[in-house]
Design a protein around this ligand. Structure first.
Ligand code: SAH
Length: 426
């Protein structure tokens, strides 16, 4: 039963039928809708990407900005929240990359979109188990939401502090908050990856890329046209509606690759710029990136969807009240990195393959040794949820960027990042 309940909480829920509504009754109004409507009336339709950005991160009324969106009370649950094993294995991944990088004296662990801070907490616990890593790691969190940053601070420092913008770190400083974890690891917060200091780093992004804004396009007899969002004062179910741009837009001219086969397309240029930036940092200063999300390898078309209370929610309905998310197109990310010399990309591979290669079964066995029956059941259901192909095992994918590296002469040490081949455990 518990397993089933957990499954239902994941952002893979099926349509509950709430898309059906009375013929002339419009969906509700939100603060953000009022803002959007005035803007649209003044400027005309906006791109889906602009709409998505506003819905998620508008400072006053964006979905992520002022509430805890996770867990049973929230709208969805993520892998790090399901089982500690997830974050622990990602911690082991960072340790392995640090060793492959020649065990430098300092390593930045940079997490993009850290949510409640659970993944960071589980990774940090792993680093503590390695005496040679003492004093090596600093944690750098890229988080746009003041509410989430406060939750991360509470989880990682153990202190509740509502006013989460640190005056000492503000005033034009790119770091907006500095703290130390319970174990004394230095931590800094930034709104943007560009503000994170350069240096040997492991970059971790779990369910971050899917929150970045996508442009949507449709192939028409006249060529590619961009989907836009406009007001709907007519009889549509919401106050907003999708329209097709009558002529090509800057995005439809610039973001569609030659030879594209699909008729409907989503492109997330912000994700493309991000992976190129990560590739440059890795080429220059060493380290690696691990990007995990639900996604595909250039095959899917219309994936943008909303989630509220663990149910699908229409994208244009009551903006700001529900999460918006689009599957990550990993073929696009690979393509964006292809022009970068000195780095290599790996994947996407499924979450199941990655976690199995990282030794999740062994970790499960170890953890089961000292627990009671109910904890044992939780561990098993978490394991199943993360790895079962019908649950999160196949939908979620892992993708990595590392420096090009050659094994030492005569050595059979793999040059791939851990998780992309089967680790041998003694
Ligand atoms: N990685 C976490 C949370 C995923 S939800 C987990 O797996 O549980 C997405 C996270 O990214 C949230 O913390 C949200 O506030 C943050 N976020 C969304 N858009 C962002 C942006 N443009 N810049 C920085 N953080 C962002």
């Amino acid at each position: 039963m518990r397993l089933l309940r957990t499954f239902l909480k994941v952002r893979t829920a099926v349509n509950s039928g709430q898309f059906l509504r009375g013929l002339h009754q419009k969906s509700g109004e939100t603060e953000l809708l009022k803002q959007l409507r005035s803007k649209l009336k003044a400027t005309g339709p906006i791109t889906v990407a602009d709409y998505m950005r506003d819905v998620l991160t508008n400072p006053a009324a964006g979905y992520y900005m002022h509430k805890d969106v996770f867990g049973t009370q929230g709208d969805f649950i993520t892998s790090p929240e399901i089982s500690q094993m997830f974050g622990e294995l990602l911690g082991v991944w960072c340790v392995n990359e640090w060793m492959l990088g020649g065990s430098p004296r300092s390593m930045q662990v940079v997490e993009l979109g850290p949510g409640r801070g659970t993944l960071a907490q589980d990774m940090l616990r792993v680093f503590q188990q390695f005496p040679m890593m003492q004093g090596v790691v600093s944690l750098h969190l890229v988080e746009v939401s003041p509410k989430m940053a406060a939750m991360q601070e509470e989880r990682l420092t153990g202190v509740i502090k509502e006013d989460n913008r640190d005056n000492a770190a503000s005033g034009g400083d790119a770091v907006y908050k500095k703290r130390k974890t319970k174990a004394g690891v230095p931590m800094s917060w930034y709104s943007d990856i560009h503000d994170v200091p350069q240096g040997f780093s492991c970059y971790i992004a779990h369910e971050f890329l899917d929150a970045l804004p996508v442009h949507k396009f449709q192939r028409t007899p006249q060529g590619w046209r961009e989907v836009l969002v406009d007001v709907d004062d007519g009889e549509g179910p919401h106050h907003l509606r999708f329209v097709l741009s009558p002529s090509p837009t800057a995005a439809s001219k610039g973001f569609i690759q030659a030879g594209e086969k699909r008729d409907h397309l989503e492109v997330c240029p912000q994700a493309g710029v991000l992976v190129q930036h990560l590739a440059d940092r890795i080429a220059e200063h060493g380290g690696a990136a691990l990007l995990a999300d639900y996604g595909h390898d250039g095959t899917k078309t219309d994936t943008l969807r909303g989630f509220r209370n663990h149910q699908l929610h229409e994208v244009l309905q009551e903006p700001g009240s529900a999460d918006l998310t689009a599957d990550v197109d990993f073929s696009y990310l690979r393509h964006m990195c292809a022009c970068k010399e000195k780095v290599v990309t790996y994947g996407p591979i499924t979450q199941r393959e990655f976690l199995e290669n990282m030794g999740i079964e062994l970790r499960l066995q170890v953890l089961q040794r000292n627990v009671d029956e109910s904890q044992r059941k939780d561990l098993l259901s978490g394991y199943d949820m993360l790895t079962n192909p019908d649950k999160m095992g196949d939908r979620f994918k892992f993708f990595s960027i590392t420096r090009q590296r050659a094994p030492p002469k005569g050595s059979r040490t793999p040059t791939e990042p851990a998780g992309f081949y089967t680790l041998e455990f003694q």
